[in-house]
Design a protein around this ligand. Structure first.
Ligand code: URP
Ligand code: ZN
Ligand code: ZN
Length: 473
């Protein structure tokens, strides 16, 4: 087994930082050592196969993006990153595990959809991966299949209160699925927007000739996110199901989550970089059809209403627990442009899997979160939330050697032709400048990114079985 020593860096965890060298043997971390430790009188660096010099840099656990949609069939097309291109881009950006979604559509069997996603991902991935299960058709068969998911190493499923006729579940279906969540410990992930009400507003806006991407944000009003979030919390409360609300964007929805947590409920929330940096006015409201690049759901919120600042604050105070990307990229040409003249036909989704670690690091630079909180919301909490902690999300003996060396003196210019390896014809983050840089990435002990080169191979990444959410007693 090859050995690697990461030397001279500052190891940062969710709870602190300090100088340490990290010894890796094969795929695992074997020791965190006093810098310069010797072995039988020899300098350890002289005895290992590879030395990674992390002097002046941070050494952190590899990022875990718990919300991606590679090759997702959605909005009449398919997300433009497949597991190969999407996980390679993830590696470039310091993310060493993704949790994607197997999609059960109306009329399909859950087990068939899971088999399909395994086939799509197997042998293709650059970094490790797991799945949540989307239940787009709650019925007796899918509810029975839900109970069996933990045997498959899958401990979370997603329901949608939005997208009637596509993935939508009504309250009766949600209640039944949550009852199983309560009994099995499966975490219910919820897309919390009131879909039927949104559809009425969409119809009315289009009838008034309001067809631009901007109106996507108007139709998906914050009241409809707050209402659905509240309803999901109440149904979880009634059933005792643990609840995780995905892609939270409205400050009012954050307040609902905070209130439930203050009542001691097992309610959690994730946000995404787009809700921290981008807005209805600046992005969805860009001239012409440009705003289509940022059509996603929940939508970007108004800067005037200061949702972004509130969401940052919630991340700092743990009213929101973590940051995923909801990576669901579509090209402008041939995909987003299906919605020219009708915003409701623009496929919903933004591509960010490559930039999450950088964009959140910029929050450290700007004094919004601490260095430790950066590690916590991008790696340690996702690991605990989704039953990976110990193996992932931490730099400790026995853990997978998923390690990122991050250079605080480096610089990253985001955009096409710069740092962009996602399969898209545009970047939703064009022009963003980050005061830091991913330097070296190890995935299960193998150096996959170093010196500005990708050194991994498709198939390096393996499926990872997960335990139940590690926040539940
Ligand atoms: O716009 C989004 N979020 N696209 C992906 C599907 C989903 O709802 O997460
Ligand atoms: Zn969603
Ligand atoms: Zn999503």
């Amino acid at each position: 087994m090859a050995t690697t020593l990461i030397t001279g860096g500052t190891v940062v965890s969710a709870t602190g930082r300090g100088a340490a060298d990290i010894l890796v043997d094969g795929e695992r971390i074997v020791a965190l050592l006093e810098p310069g430790t010797t072995a039988l009188g020899a300098n350890l660096a002289e005895t290992v196969d590879t030395v990674v010099d992390a002097t002046g840099k941070y050494v952190i656990p590899g990022g875990i993006d718990a919300h991606t949609h590679m090759s997702m069939p959605f909005g009449g097309t398919t997300a433009s990153d497949d597991f190969e291109s999407g996980t390679r881009a993830a590696a470039w950006g310091g993310t060493t595990t993704i949790i994607d979604f197997a999609v059960q559509k109306f009329g399909e069997r859950v087990q068939d959809s899971l088999d399909t996603w395994h086939k799509m991902a197997s042998g293709q991935c650059a970094v490790d991966y797991s799945f949540h299960q989307i239940i787009g058709d709650v019925n007796d068969e899918s509810l029975a299949a839900l109970r069996r998911l933990p045997d498959e190493g899958i401990t979370s499923f997603k329901l949608f209160m939005a997208y009637p006729g596509v993935f939508y579940s009504d309250d009766a279906q949600i209640l039944r699925a949550m009852q199983i969540g309560a009994n099995t410990g499966l975490l219910t992930m919820m897309h919390a927007e009131n879909g039927p009400a949104i559809d009425v507003l969409v119809e009315q806006l289009l009838a008034e000739g309001k067809t631009d991407p901007y109106y996507h944000g108007i139709a998906r009003a914050w009241q409809l996110e707050e209402e659905a979030t509240h309803r999901a919390i109440m149904l979880a409360d009634l059933t005792g199901a643990p609840l995780y609300v995905v892609h939270v964007s409205a400050k009012q929805a954050v307040a609902q989550l905070a209130a439930a947590r203050d009542r001691g409920r097992n309610v959690f929330g994730e946000t995404c970089p787009q809700y921290l940096y981008l807005s209805l006015e600046d992005n969805l409201g860009a001239p012409g059809f440009e705003g289509a690049k940022w059509v996603c759901s929940t939508p970007l919120r108004s800067r005037r209403e200061e949702h972004q600042d509130q969401v940052w604050q919630a991340l700092r105070t743990n009213d929101l627990q973590m940051v995923s990307t909801d990576h669901c990229p579509f090209c402008m040409k041939g995909q987003k442009d299906m919605g020219i003249g009708d915003f409701s036909k623009i496929p919903n989704g933004i591509g960010t899997v490559e930039h999450r670690m950088d964009l959140m690091y910029q929050g450290v630079v700007e004094g919004r979160i601490t260095l430790e909180r950066w590690v916590e919301i991008t790696s340690t909490t996702p690991a605990r939330m989704f039953g990976l902690y110990g193996r992932k999300g931490v730099l400790a003996p026995g853990a997978d050697a998923d390690i990122v060396v991050y250079d605080p003196d480096g610089h990253t210019s985001i955009g096409l032709g710069k740092t962009h390896h996602m399969n898209m014809d545009h970047s939703a983050w064009e022009g963003y400048e980050i005061d830091g840089r991913v330097d070296t990435v190890l995935s299960r002990g193998k150096v996959v990114v170093a010196e500005g080169e990708y050194r991994g191979r498709k198939g390096d990444g393996q499926f990872v079985r997960r335990d139940p959410c590690q926040y539940l007693i």
